[in-house]
Ligand binder design. Structure first.
Ligand code: TYD
Length: 198
């Protein structure tokens, strides 16, 4: 493969994206592919600002949307595009559709969020780990607190993700199942996509 392949793992908080993204990179490497794990928000300057704002109430959601979009452009320029140019498979733990889902809900203006992210290429494959908001919250409570603790909010974000599933931009996987089962579904989807069967 010469042009590289960008896979994004999406889902609401607690859906297991990080675990699955790392398993996927390992699995791909085991099959002889050059694969790389990355994530958003990044550790770059905009990502650091976003993290420093997290857990604070009252941050203007429009400012946040701008920062997520800026962080993404930086991620693309410095990490994703160079790796794709080298022919790697890049697995991103959150990417474009995180903004399209979360920021559409926080700002109430999906069109503007789409516009802000116009320069971020679509992933070659977007996998959405679907989890109910109440299950997400009970998993998060066992772990750590989240900025988005509100069940209604998470259910709204989930519905936005599901709109992109309906439009064919994301492929849905049921994330309520055990890790290994979720992973075998993901592996099947990726295998098919790499063979060009998407
Ligand atoms: P973080 O704890 O770093 O990631 P995760 O919860 O996935 O392990 O927090 C990321 C938070 O930022 C998460 O609640 C979703 C949110 N987010 C957006 O709202 N928009 C975005 O574009 C991205 C990338 C993340």
């Amino acid at each position: 493969m010469s042009a590289g392949f960008l896979i994004a793992l999406e889902g609401i908080d607690g859906s297991g994206k990080t675990t699955q993204a790392k398993l996927l990179v390992k699995w791909l490497r085991g099959r002889g592919f050059d694969a790389y794990y990355t994530y958003e928000p990044t550790r770059g300057i905009f990502g650091r600002i976003l993290r420093s704002m997290a857990y604070k109430r009252g941050v203007d959601p429009r400012m946040e949307a701008l920062l997520f979009a800026a962080d993404r452009l930086q991620h693309l320029e410095h990490v994703i595009e160079p790796l794709l140019a080298r022919g790697l498979i890049v697995v991103s733990d959150r990417y474009l559709h995180s903004s399209l889902a979360y920021q559409s809900v926080t700002t109430g203006d999906q069109g503007w969020v789409e516009e802000l992210n116009r320069f971020a290429r679509r992933p070659d494959l977007g996998i959405y780990l679907d989890l109910g908001a109440s299950e997400s919250l009970s998993r998060l409570r066992k772990r750590r607190r989240s900025r988005f603790e509100d069940e209604d909010f998470l259910e709204h974000v989930r519905r936005k993700y599901l709109e992109y599933v309906d439009e064919g931009e994301l492929i849905k996987v049921n994330a309520e199942k055990p890790v290994a089962e979720v992973f075998s579904e993901i592996a099947l989807i990726v295998e098919r996509a790499l063979k060009g069967g998407r």
